[in-house]
Design a protein around this ligand. Structure first.
Ligand code: C2E
Ligand code: CA
Ligand code: CA
Ligand code: CA
Length: 277
């Protein structure tokens, strides 16, 4: 025992976690109030010609003392505390504002993709919420894509599914994110309101060592084609992985091989120089 009697199940490790949770929660409140978050953008490119398909907006937090804190750490805390509602509001508005500026500068074939949390889907009508952001920023619906994880989509109520269908009929694209980690059966894919499958990076990472992952990627690519869905492979870091994904007929790739997420300034310079419009 640790000599503290009844407290022995309460490990110091757990105490540390709880303190970190409350600390980050408080710091996040301050960071929202002082606009200390920013967005980075990562291109997803077509496999055939490497032209940019869209950019994924990824939130970044540079803390004055802690340095950069990863979304994998703070997003779950923001979700648990509902702070994601406020933060997500800013993320969506800022993403649409940035894409609208790029669109008006000539980037007409590229769209922006925004991650949507299950907490947001539960708390308001996503249809009204998204349409309001488009109206505020003047971004055309066809230039917006939403990424919702597989585990969130398979739990979604009929009401949420209907709102997503309405968004699709406006021209907004919906992607199922982290696909292959949420245990949905392949047959449910046909019933979900989606246009794009984003295969989780776990598949690309494992494909060389484990033939089963290779087989699954192949099946998903084929199924996507049959259902008229586009398939994106995440986490492509090496040329060999790019070639593998290409040989499977996957449409687009995202990963460090092509580009790390970058600031809007860097993206703007590169893309407008390359005249991709
Ligand atoms: P995600 O939606 O699956 O985003 C893709 C993540 O993969 C990003 O991590 C990106 O930087 C990383 N990535 C891109 N290429 C590669 C690669 O080649 N190799 C590897 N190993 N990783 C790669 P990031 O930005 O740290 O975000 C982590 C997660 O945090 C995201 O996963 C998403 O679930 C969440 N997140 C990030 N930004 C937002 C946001 O604005 N809103 C919400 N709700 N969640 C966000
Ligand atoms: Ca995503
Ligand atoms: Ca993902
Ligand atoms: Ca993820």
């Amino acid at each position: 025992t640790d000599g503290r009697g009844i407290f022995k199940v309460y490990s110091p490790e757990m105490g540390k976690k709880i303190r970190r949770y409350h600390y980050l929660l408080e710091e996040m409140r301050l960071a929202i109030a002082s606009s200390s978050f920013h967005l980075s953008f990562q291109p997803i490119v077509h496999v055939d010609d490497c032209a940019i398909d869209y950019f994924e907006a990824l939130v970044r937090w540079d803390h004055p003392v802690e340095g950069s804190i990863t979304p994998d750490e703070f997003i779950p805390i923001a979700e648990e505390s509902n702070l994601i509602l406020e933060l997500g509001d800013w993320i969506m508005l800022e993403s649409c504002r940035q894409m609208s500026a790029w669109y008006n500068a000539g980037m007409k074939k590229v769209s922006i993709s925004v991650n949507i949390s299950g907490v947001q889907l539960k708390h308001y009508d996503i249809y009204e919420w998204v349409m309001e952001k488009l109206a505020k920023t003047g971004l055309p619906a066809k230039a917006l894509m939403l990424e919702i994880t597989e585990s969130t989509l398979i739990k979604a109520s009929n009401k949420i599914i209907q709102s997503l269908e309405k968004l699709r009929s406006e021209g907004i694209t919906i992607a199922i994110d982290d696909f292959g980690t949420g245990f949905s059966s392949l047959s449910t894919l046909a019933d979900l309101p989606i246009d794009v499958i984003k295969l989780d990076k776990l598949f690309v990472a494992q494909a060389n060592d484990n033939l089963k992952y290779n087989e699954i990627m192949h099946s998903v690519s084929e199924l996507g084609r049959k259902l008229g869905l586009k398939v994106v492979a995440e986490g492509v870091e090496e040329l060999a992985q790019f070639e593998l994904v290409k040989s499977m007929g996957i449409n687009s790739v995202q990963g460090y091989l092509v580009s790390h997420p970058e600031s809007s300034v860097n993206v703007g310079h590169k893309v407008l120089q390359d005249n991709i419009n």
